[in-house]
Design a protein around this ligand. Structure first.
Ligand SMILES: NC(=O)C1=CN([C@@H]2O[C@H](COP(=O)(O)OP(=O)(O)OC[C@H]3O[C@@H](n4cnc5c(N)ncnc54)[C@H](OP(=O)(O)O)[C@@H]3O)[C@@H](O)[C@H]2O)C=CC1
Ligand SMILES: O=C(O)CCC(=O)C(=O)O
Ligand SMILES: [Mg+2]
Length: 722
């Protein structure tokens, strides 16, 4: 019998669109898995659940899962969750309070130890608080062959690129994280708890103690000069004005939850410098204009409008409501935003509701060249031909909070002019930087075992595919140069150095685009940030969306974490569902992850029935593609719920048709028949509410009964599923 306390597969409860989709899909999965003796349990890692665990003593499912992923039998299906910016956190707290939960507001300026404690608890929930905890392995993201074949046969819409496009990338290139970086590998003598300290005119202050550093860890430190950043931002604004295009800024304020909101705040202050000069009382730039202008007087709003009129037009999140790029730090997230602009032919939405070319500001120059080169490539060659293009797969160094995405506890704003130093346990000075007040300093690490595992995965995948394999490492950047010292000997020892190229991100971008343009395939072997960026960029170009990606994390202790797609939680989709009861979320990523999860169960626990379920999921996924059963974007078209009906039907048909397990075949034959017989009724029942508002009882913390009513509106289907 299925064990619910220790389920074979853990499915995650998350937020927004994927969670709404789960309300329809998970009951189908659980019902289909049960006859094979496979239990599918749930763990709640939503923002609301994390808040309640942090400040109201609710069970901490994320911590439980964080333990589970370190065990060899872990089998987790991880859907995308909100990585909350400050405004999202505040909104979620307010919603929970309105529902009667007795939780404190976020104490922005704590004055007592209790408030300090509450603030720290909330801060731990903020930003990318889930993925780094669960990702105890490196990342393997690629399009399944069936998905790629479908995309080639059914090309998505892409904007035209022309040589005269004024869309460009602007980046600092000096005095930024990339150029100030220093990097070293920790020796046995230096291993142990390190210390980060600030040495100023008034003496030495310890910023952080007990930073654990193991021997063999690549340890970097760097900083961004805030004076240089502000000068650069001002320059981008004048250059944009001159070019007569939209101004846009692309950051990752969610995942880089300490550094990027600071950079975002500077952008708000520089863009609206006149407003802040005139109204020095305005605060909250890091929370965006939404926070700055909250409750603003008419005079302030008039001055805000006057600055807007003077400055270059801004790239908009929603031109109908006046929501700009600078309103909320989490509305424009670089991994999704830049590919969308590139897919559209270099166009973004302007305040007049029309598409226009745009200057894309990406302050740090570590990875900006990827987008700059992509844009130049398409200007020169025209848009990608999806019908013939090959694919870019990704193997990303991610385990154990690798690189920038693990740097939040070791990121600081310089308290004054002085020096920030990192001192090893044995007293060696690992890093030392002269900083000015407000400069953003950080240290990142990549541990030895994850690096070795990452190279090993690359060797395996290259051998399996024979594809062109490129390490995207820039020999002129300190961290990458240090990493190359680790990668090369491993490749040489394995006798495969000739199968791999090492190129800077700029060169690798061009090489990869040339490769796929020829219809050939390539593997991008990258660090953690490029893993994130490229697994949206290339899928969005090749497949139209990153929702259809296979996203596997081979946990280093032997378990499996199966992420669904490579994108996020699509807030726009929730708004559409609430307004007109249409959910355009495509669960193809969930289908792909589910198939892999069953297959992993079959192999890790020698469970043949799970293998049968997994094979049938794959067959069903192919049929969903083949017969175009994915959700439409517009109300009136079949939506997410209809796609789940088709998935269930094809899955049941494949289970009934297989001959490996007669018992399972016999169980599913009548289900398949009933699903087919009732097709018309079910689809009509699923579509009945289309066009009217839908009530889910909340945004961050839904009412499960209301969501079930909205997402499972077909009594006929529900009765068949049981
Ligand atoms: N793994 C994770 O947990 C991740 C979480 N996030 C979080 O998600 C939130 C939103 O991030 P954002 O950058 O806007 O990225 P999203 O990926 O959520 O949204 C970008 C756009 O991608 C399209 N899209 C994404 N997934 C699907 C899908 N399954 N089906 C159909 N279309 C899809 C939608 O396009 P259209 O509107 O045109 O339909 C959507 O508006 C943030 O809170 C962010 O932190 C982001 C990335 C990964
Ligand atoms: O954790 C997050 O905030 C986003 C993760 C992400 O974008 C990715 O892994 O592709
Ligand atoms: Mg991403």
């Amino acid at each position: 019998m299925a064990d619910q306390t220790n389920p074979d597969i853990v499915y995650t409860t998350v937020d927004e669109a994927p969670e709404l989709a789960s309300a329809s899909l998970l009951p189908i999965i659980q019902a289909f898995a049960a006859p094979a003796g496979v239990s599918v349990g749930k763990k709640d890692i939503s923002l609301a659940a994390r808040i309640l665990a942090a400040v109201a003593g609710a069970p901490d499912h994320l911590a439980e899962l964080g333990g589970l992923v370190k065990t060899p039998t872990a089998n987790v299906i991880k859907l995308p969750n909100i990585s909350a910016s400050q405004p999202q956190l505040d909104a979620a707290i307010a919603e929970l309070q309105s529902q009667g939960h007795d939780i404190p507001a976020y104490p922005a300026n704590p004055t007592t130890p209790e408030e300090e404690r509450i603030k720290a608890a909330y801060d731990a929930v903020k930003g990318s608080a889930v993925n780094p905890v669960l990702r105890e392995g490196n990342s393997d993201r690629r399009a399944a062959q069936a998905v790629k074949n479908y995309a080639r046969a059914n090309p998505h819409r892409m904007g035209e690129w022309t040589a005269d496009s004024k869309t460009t990338v602007m980046t600092m290139g000096a005095r930024d994280f990339c150029s100030n970086e220093t990097s070293t590998t920790i020796t046995a003598a230096q291993a142990g708890p390190a210390r980060i300290e600030f040495v100023g005119a008034d003496g030495t202050t310890v910023l952080k103690e007990g930073v654990p550093l193991d021997a063999g860890t690549v340890c970097d430190a760097t900083f961004m000069s805030v004076a240089a950043l502000r000068d650069f931002l001002a320059e981008t604004i004048s250059a944009t004005k001159e070019a007569g295009v939209l101004w846009s800024i692309h950051l990752k304020a969610t995942m880089m939850k300490v550094s990027d909101p600071i950079i975002f705040g500077h952008a708000v202050e520089v863009f609206f410098a006149e407003l802040f000069e005139k109204h020095p009382e305005l605060t909250g730039a890091r929370g965006g204009l939404g926070t700055v202008l909250n409750g603003a007087s008419d005079a302030v709003l008039a001055d805000y409008q006057a600055v807007l009129d003077k400055q270059p037009p801004m790239y908009m999140v929603n031109s109908d409501t006046g929501l700009t790029n600078l309103h909320v730090p989490s509305d424009v997230i670089i991994d999704a935003s830049l590919p969308a602009i590139i897919r559209a032919g270099g166009k973004g939405w302007g305040p007049d509701g029309n598409e226009a070319d745009t200057v894309c500001v990406i302050p740090d120059s570590s990875y900006a060249p990827v987008y700059a080169e992509t844009i130049e490539f398409f200007k020169k060659h025209g848009k990608l031909d999806v019908t013939t293009a090959g694919t870019v797969q990704n193997l990303g160094l991610m385990a154990q909070k690798a690189e920038e995405y693990g740097s939040h506890p070791t990121t600081f704003e310089a308290p004054a002019d002085g020096t920030i130093r990192m001192i090893a346990a044995n007293g060696d000075v690992l890093h030392s930087h002269e900083v000015e007040k407000g400069d953003i300093w950080r240290s990142c690490t990549a541990k030895k075992a994850p690096i070795e595992d990452w190279v090993k995965l690359a060797i395996e995948r290259q051998k399996l595919t024979g594809y062109r394999a490129i390490f995207w490492l820039n020999a002129d950047r300190a961290h990458d140069a240090e990493l190359i010292k680790h990668v090369t000997p491993i490749l040489e020892a394995a006798g495969v150095a000739d199968k791999f190229e090492i190129m800077s991100p700029a060169e690798a971008t061009v090489a990869s685009l040339e490769t796929i343009t020829k219809g050939e395939n390539t593997i991008a072997i990258t660090g953690n940030v490029l893993r994130d960026y490229l697994t949206d960029l290339f899928p969005i170009l090749e497949l139209g969306t990153s929702a259809k990606m296979l996203s596997i994390v081979k946990l280093m202790q032997g378990g499996g974490l199966f992420e669904t797609g490579a994108g996020g939680s699509a807030p726009k989709h929730v708004q559409q569902l609430q307004a007109e009861n249409h959910l355009r979320w495509d669960s193809l990523g969930e289908f792909c992850a589910l198939g892999e999860s069953f297959k992993f169960l079959a192999q890790s626990r020698d469970n043949a029935k799970a293998g049968v379920l997994g094979d049938a999921v794959e067959a069903a996924t192919q049929k969903v593609l083949e017969f175009d059963r994915s959700p439409g974007r517009k109300v009136g078209q079949p939506d997410n719920r209809a796609s789940h009906y088709w998935f269930a039907r094809y899955w049941a048909e494949a289970l009934a048709a297989q001959d490996k397990d007669a018992e399972i075949a016999a169980h599913f034959a009548p289900i398949a028949a009933k699903l087919a017989e009732n097709e018309e009724t079910i689809l009509a029942e699923l579509a009945a509410g289309a066009g009217t508002p839908a009530d889910t009882g909340g945004y961050y913390h839904n009412d499960p009964a209301k969501v079930a009513a909205v997402m499972r509106p077909s009594p006929t289907l529900n009765a068949i599923i049981g």
